[in-house]
Design a binder for this molecule. Structure first.
Ligand code: NAP
Length: 265
């Protein structure tokens, strides 16, 4: 079967990450992708890898089968509406990446016959390690599979109820920033106790990766692994408890809930 063509309409930060991730798969050599935005200069690196570029969203929609709407929430609906005349229900699938815009909003813009999905990936799509939550009212298993396969090419996918999409934004998309801030803080601590920044980053990055791989590959619970490294009266438990006395878990949970409140989940 021929590879479905993908248009990234409004190809900004997230769109470029998705394009880079897809291009890391053998199935995507370049011409299967078309990317649009009004100012094309930031996309020249994609053009060099064979991706088609255009400032014309309709031209991109005609070229492609799956339309990833990577626009900001405030203009995703108006741009989707512009595409209506060229959309074909037998061929096209619309996938909105916009936070807070519902399937119903997009459906109203593109018409009742076009399958509509919401996807909430994160910027780790760039290295094919995105966590992408998906939701849709589409009941055609082939269309659902096509969208799942597309995002599986850039990481892990999970179908969820649409009412959880706001929470998915916080946990998965904002979550990248929380984790990176945690990593940065650990590196700063590492520098204070004697390492240069480069060595501290190497140690912290690999330590975080190792911790995550223990959970994913072995299916372990975090506390089970923590118990293994906390010797009674030892340095790890002293450090952990000091962090907790200063509100470590509480601060993280409160921040997460504040983000969710801001989204109005
Ligand atoms: N960043 C994340 O981690 C993340 C994660 C999940 C979901 N999201 C969602 O993804 C969407 C994009 O986020 P982002 O961070 O990638 O934003 P972004 O970098 O601003 O990308 C949006 C792009 O849309 C283009 N654009 C604006 N008007 C257009 C038009 N009429 N036609 C075609 N292109 C147009 C802009 O480029 P020009 O100015 O050149 O047109 C811009 O590059 C948002 O809705 C956000 O909620 C983001």
């Amino acid at each position: 079967m021929e590879q479905a063509k993908v248009a990234i309409i409004g190809c900004g930060n997230l769109g470029i990450s998705i394009a880079n991730g897809l291009l890391g798969n053998a199935a995507y050599t370049g011409p299967e992708l078309i990317a649009t935005r009004r100012h094309l200069a930031p996309l020249e690196a994609l053009r060099a890898r064979g991706v088609q570029l255009s400032t014309d969203n309709r031209e991109a929609a005609v070229y492609a089968d799956v339309l990833l709407l990577g626009l900001k929430p405030y203009n995703v609906v108006s741009v989707a509406r512009e595409l209506v005349e060229v959309l074909d229900p037998k061929r096209h699938i619309a996938v909105s990446l916009a936070t807070g815009i519902t399937v119903a909003d997009i459906q109203q813009a593109v018409g009742p016959d076009i399958p509509v999905f919401r996807a909430m990936p994160n910027t780790a799509a760039d290295v094919r390690a995105s966590m992408t939550c998906l939701s849709s009212t589409c009941t055609d298993p082939a269309k659902v599979q096509a969208v799942q396969q597309l995002f599986a090419a850039i990481g892990t996918t999970l179908m969820i109820d649409e009412e959880l999409m706001g929470s998915a934004t916080v946990l998965g998309a904002c979550g990248i920033a929380y984790v990176l801030r945690f990593i940065r803080a650990m590196v700063q601590g590492g520098i204070e106790i004697g390492f240069d920044a480069e060595s501290a980053s190497l140690i912290v990055n690999q330590t975080v990766k190792g911790a995550v791989e223990l959970l994913i590959e072995r299916g372990r619970h975090p506390e089970e692994e923590i118990d293994k490294v906390t010797t009674p009266k030892g340095c790890t438990i002293v450090g952990l408890n000091t962090m907790e006395h200063h509100g470590f878990s509480s601060s993280l949970i409160r921040g997460l809930v504040a983000s969710a409140d801001k989204i109005g989940h």
